[in-house]
Design a protein around this ligand. Structure first.
Ligand SMILES: [Zn+2]
Length: 286
């Protein structure tokens, strides 16, 4: 935010600033995932698919409800931009903004990725995060954010000019178009605000500006999810690499990312049900 001196400071300014905040959405009111059941099912699970996302490109993957998908760092520190859709109806997709409101600016083990309105249900639950040790650093930075949007060529054109074609937005658009066999112009509106996997970000305390810094991720680190519904996912290996300097160019060192999908053993999820779409009746008072 920018500060101006247009208006007078009220006499009780400090008193107003000193009012304690309240948490908008206390997490204890959210339905809780049965992590112990998921963990037990994961132990007997077997790998059914693997995709290597090339540097500065994106790739798609699918996971059925009840399966697990793991995103791993390989070769070098690399950030990934993740989009999720309901595989059976891609109008239902990951809702970064509400996930942020429910869980905070960064997500980790036990937290969930929620879908857009009118569905608003958990699409995936984070089951394991090897970077959970990082916490919140002295700058207010943390990993796996739901505050950034994705690097895109429009913002690049606005700020630097030119036409860079390997921003995450374009990578995700091409990958989705190829997978669904639809033109780019049809695929593009389905690309949405991402989960920034492994990215280390925050807001500066003095000016409230969005910042990034070198990701603490190292080869072998991973973020693993339980698929609550049938998932079509797309992951872009961001042209920013570890996002320590710049993105939207070919300057940064970039590495691939691996996505693996695991299926649980028969009967391992006994008693579990894929969540139904949101219970609101949709009448909006009419
Ligand atoms: Zn990016």
């Amino acid at each position: 935010m920018t500060s101006t001196k247009t208006f007078p400071i009220p006499a009780d300014a400090e008193a107003r600033r000193a009012i304690k905040p309240v948490i908008c959405y206390p997490p204890e009111t959210l339905p809780r995932p049965d992590l112990a059941l998921y963990q037990a099912a994961r132990e007997g699970a077997t790998k059914v698919a693997e995709v290597l996302v090339p540097a500065r490109e994106a790739a798609v993957f699918e996971a059925e409800a009840g399966q697990f998908f793991r995103i791993s760092s390989v070769e070098g520190p690399q950030v990934g931009d993740l989009n999720l859709w309901n595989r059976n109806d891609i109008s239902e997709r990951f809702f970064s903004g509400k996930t942020r409101a429910l869980h905070g600016t960064h997500v980790s083990t036990g937290e969930r990725l929620w879908s857009n309105l009118p569905y608003l249900r958990p699409m995936a639950t984070i089951l394991a995060d090897t970077l959970e040790w990082y916490g919140i650093d002295a700058y207010g930075g943390s990993v796996h954010d739901v505050i950034g949007t994705r690097c895109d060529p429009y913002t690049g054109a606005l700020l630097q000019g030119g036409h860079y074609h390997h921003c995450c937005h374009s990578n995700l658009t091409r990958a989705l178009a190829d997978h669904l066999n639809i033109p780019l112009i049809e695929a593009e509106p389905h690309v949405h605000d991402v989960l920034n996997v492994f990215m280390c970000t925050g807001f500066t305390r003095d000016t409230g500006q969005y910042f990034m810094k070198a990701s603490p991720v190292r080869p072998g680190d991973y973020l693993e999810f339980f698929a609550e519904i049938d998932i079509l996912g797309a992951l872009s290996a961001c042209p920013g690499g570890d996002c320590s300097t710049e993105h939207s160019s070919d300057t940064a060192a970039c590495y691939p990312l691996r996505v693996e999908v695991f299926a649980p053993a028969e009967g391992a999820l006994a008693g579990w049900q894929s969540p139904a779409r949101n219970g609101y009746d949709g009448s909006h008072g009419r």
